[in-house]
Design a protein around this ligand. Structure first.
Ligand SMILES: [Zn+2]
Length: 275
């Protein structure tokens, strides 16, 4: 299976899982691997007071106002378990234990303690997150509506919109019939609003299901009499990693190209060239 950085819905699920397991409890913190030994020592025995996510950043608040910031990157992974924690296997950067369960974090891109001011700095660098109730899509529109950059690149820029990755950006542009190479400044305000509203809906569904599904009911395997998709990422999608296969809507072969070092997928029939 190809490695891919988790998209925002995964991080919101991790926040919810931490809240469910440890919320309001004093947790035992250790760094079996040793690379976060000092941070774990500072967290050990403190109460988890909040579990939050902004885009791809997990933010766990503790009673002394310190925040644990985790960014999984490409290789980071959480494993949760019930019951007493077994002897740690592999490079466990951080283990939290409490309430009859444990959470092991391996291989994150970032695992650090932040002061309140540092959390603000981090969040100020991030664009609005479609999964957050406090998100302001106008903040993203101010950037997009001035940019010569293709909309597909802007949607992956976490300082413009926080959370979507390669799958959601390809799929939302397909669903809205927008040429991914269209410069941001050539989008209409109405198109942006439709992209944002669709991201809110699709990503919330991703949080509920734990996988990315973007295909409308009429294009699901049962409705079309086609076999379900087989792919490491799981869900039913229109264009992501479907290069050369017929579009589920119009039959045109799905196209792919590298754009800003990432593979982009789109349907030339449903997303006609506008550049
Ligand atoms: Zn098509």
């Amino acid at each position: 299976m190809l490695r891919a950085m988790p998209e925002g819905h995964t991080i919101h699920r991790l926040a919810a899982e931490h809240q469910r397991m440890f919320g309001g409890l004093a947790v035992a913190a250790t760094s079996p691997q040793g690379r976060f030994a000092e941070g774990a020592r500072q967290l050990d025995g403190r109460v988890l007071s909040s579990a939050d996510a902004h885009g791809k950043h997990l933010l766990l608040g503790f009673e002394d106002e310190r925040t644990l910031h985790v960014h999984l990157g490409i290789y980071g992974k959480y494993v949760f378990g019930e019951g007493p924690a077994p002897a740690p296997v592999g490079m466990v950067r951080l283990r939290l234990e409490g309430g009859g369960g444990f959470a092991d974090l391996r291989g994150p891109n970032a695992c650090e303690l932040l002061e309140p001011g540092e959390v603000k700095l981090l969040r100020d660098r991030l664009g609005p997150d479609p999964l957050r109730g406090d998100a302001d899509p106008e903040a993203a529109w101010r950037r997009i509506s001035r940019a010569r950059t293709p909309i597909a690149v802007l949607l992956m820029d976490q300082s413009v919109v926080a959370g979507p990755g390669n799958i959601y950006r390809a799929e939302v542009l397909f669903r809205q019939g927008i040429d991914p190479r269209l410069p941001g400044r050539r989008l209409s305000a109405g198109q942006w609003r439709a992209v944002w509203d669709d991201l809110v809906e699709l990503m919330a569904a991703g949080v509920r299901a734990g996988r990315i599904d973007t295909v409308r009911p009429e294009h699901m395997p049962e409705a079309m009499g086609r076999p379900p998709r087989v792919d490491g990422h799981g869900g039913e999608v229109y264009v992501y990693r479907r290069a050369g296969l017929p579009c589920l809507v119009c039959g045109t072969a799905v196209a792919t190209a590298e754009l800003a070092s990432r593979n982009l997928f789109w349907c030339p029939g449903c997303q006609p060239s506008a550049v």
